[in-house]
Design a protein around this ligand. Structure first.
Ligand SMILES: Cc1cc2nc3c(=O)[nH]c(=O)nc-3n(C[C@H](O)[C@H](O)[C@H](O)COP(=O)(O)OP(=O)(O)OC[C@H]3O[C@@H](n4cnc5c(N)ncnc54)[C@H](O)[C@@H]3O)c2cc1C
Length: 455
């Protein structure tokens, strides 16, 4: 290994920045982080910015590597499946996985961020708050900073710079000045808003705790994830424009009428709904793809700065954390040969982040529309039955993405093949008992080789 450089500068102390800092400190690198926001351990997080995350296998693997997973066990809530709410208030539960170990975990973004920042500091990383990166000099490698409280501007030599500064990355903006830098950004016509279902009078959850609740309504949906304090963090996804949109819900009366007609059981649990609605900002959702992700061996984009994705597969941070562990594997293998490590990192990760970006957009339609459909639920049952019979050959796409560390690109390609197999098996039947198992046996062995599953 070449001798470690003096320092690595990370821009952004969101979720990926501090995790990367821990992993780099474990390998002996000097690490400084610059974060534009104040320290959330001292200042309250802004309204509507505390949305929960669903952590799954890839993210958990990274937290294990950082020695943090045990600490997180006290602040996560396992969710075993989707609980669908019809307009009439009927509930349908659809398990995510084949058994009780295949769950996703609800965690508050702020709790996770705080745990990561504390651990990064314990490992010796320095975090500078209220420091907005306003530029990166592609030639000299220095960064420009502005203190958000005092307005003071500084320039610092930065060593190796890694942009962990999210979907509106300042480092990526500088890279736009490179010759032949590719950037695509695709906004959804839908926005989102955070709402809350409070705990009951005794501080208990008012809905089933071990589930991700969904109110699928075709063109829009509401979801709710449990918090450890008895509340549920809800997210309303609505079109920006048109009928039943953020543009059309303008008054307290509009909101109450909309919720009471579309999500009546949720509305009855939200006494502060209109206030909550107007207090929280409306967020937008974007898919960002770009290349290259690095400037020689001097600067790299990682996490949302390199590949922001829409949230419908619950994979944004799981993918970002997998970036961090992949980078460490390369570093352990190649040493701090940054040009080589960054080139291989992009080669390995881009095809996979592109795949999860596309699958996340597809999953939006599934969540808001198809999860309420009886035939869709039947197909999900058949998927689990096929997995039970052919455990390594037929692994549902959701499971490959969520419960395994199969490369996302492999999950996408195999998922498409499996969809065709499912279509052939399910299109003319709607009961498991009527499934043609001989045909299933033939199709599965013809079309699906055994899958390599990393433990
Ligand atoms: C509604 C919603 C729901 C989601 N649900 C899930 C989920 O269930 N599961 C999942 O895995 N993912 C989910 N995600 C995605 C996940 O939130 C992101 O993938 C993740 O936050 C990306 O982490 P990051 O560290 O790359 O960027 P961020 O978390 O955005 O952090 C970037 C940090 O950089 C700082 N920063 C930005 N610009 C500058 C600058 N110029 N100078 C200094 N600092 C700067 C920011 O203040 C921030 O702290 C969801 C996203 C949304 C919007």
């Amino acid at each position: 290994m070449r001798s470690a450089p003096e320092k690595i500068t990370l821009i952004g102390a969101g979720l990926n920045g501090p995790l990367l800092a821990i992993l780099l400190r474990q390998r002996g690198f000097g690490v400084e982080l610059f974060e534009r926001r104040p320290d959330m351990r001292r200042v309250r997080v802004g309204a509507g910015r505390s949305i929960n995350l669903a952590l799954s296998t890839r993210g958990i693997h990274a937290l294990h590597q950082a020695g943090l997973w045990q600490r997180m066990l006290g602040v996560i809530i396992p969710m075993r499946g989707r609980m669908m709410h019809s307009i009439a208030g009927d509930l349908t539960f659809q398990p995510y996985g084949k058994n009780e170990t295949e769950v996703i975990n609800s965690i508050s973004r702020a709790e996770l961020n705080i745990a990561l920042m504390c651990a990064a500091e314990e490992q010796g990383a320095a975090i500078h708050f209220n420091q907005r990166c306003t530029g990166y000099d592609l030639k000299t490698g220095s960064i420009r900073l502005r203190n958000q409280e005092t307005g003071e501007k500084t320039t610092r030599d930065a060593g190796v710079v890694i942009g962990c500064d999210g979907s509106a990355s300042a480092i990526r903006s500088e890279m736009l000045k490179l010759n032949r830098f590719n950037l695509s950004q695709q906004y959804l016509d839908y926005g989102y808003k955070e709402l809350t279902i409070p705990a009951d009078f005794h501080g208990r959850h008012q809905l089933e705790i071990h589930a991700l609740h969904i109110w699928p309504r075709g063109n829009y949906m509401l979801i709710a994830l449990p918090n450890i304090d008895g509340t549920f963090a809800c997210i309303l996804f609505l079109p920006f424009e048109g009928a039943d949109s953020f543009a059309s819900l303008n008054s307290q009366a509009d909101i109450l009428k909309f919720f009471e007609s579309q999500f009546p059981d949720a509305a009855s649990l939200m006494p502060h709904l209109p206030d909550n609605y107007f207090a929280n900002p409306t967020g937008s959702m974007v898919t960002i793809k770009c290349s290259p992700w690095h400037v020689e061996g001097r600067a790299l984009l990682l996490g949302d700065s390199a590949h922001a994705i829409v949230p419908f597969f619950g994979q944004g941070i799981n993918c970002g954390f997998e970036d961090c562990t992949s980078l460490m594997e390369l570093l352990d293998r190649q040493g701090a040969d940054w040009p080589r490590v960054f080139t291989e990192f992009e080669r390995e990760r881009k095809v996979n982040s592109d795949a999860i970006a596309d699958m996340a957009v597809e999953n939006f339609v599934e969540m808001r529309d198809r999860v309420g459909d009886a035939h869709f639920l039947f197909r999900k049952k058949v998927e689990l039955a096929l997995e039970a019979k052919y455990p390594r050959r037929f692994v549902p796409k959701y499971a490959m993405v969520t419960f395994h560390r199969v490369p996302y690109s492999v999950a996408m390609v195999r998922g498409a093949v499996q969809d065709r197999v499912l279509a052939e098996l399910c299109d003319s039947v709607d009961r498991i008992e009527d499934l043609d198992w001989k045909k299933a046996d033939y199709l599965v062995h013809r079309d699906l080789a055994p899958l390599e599953i990393a433990q």
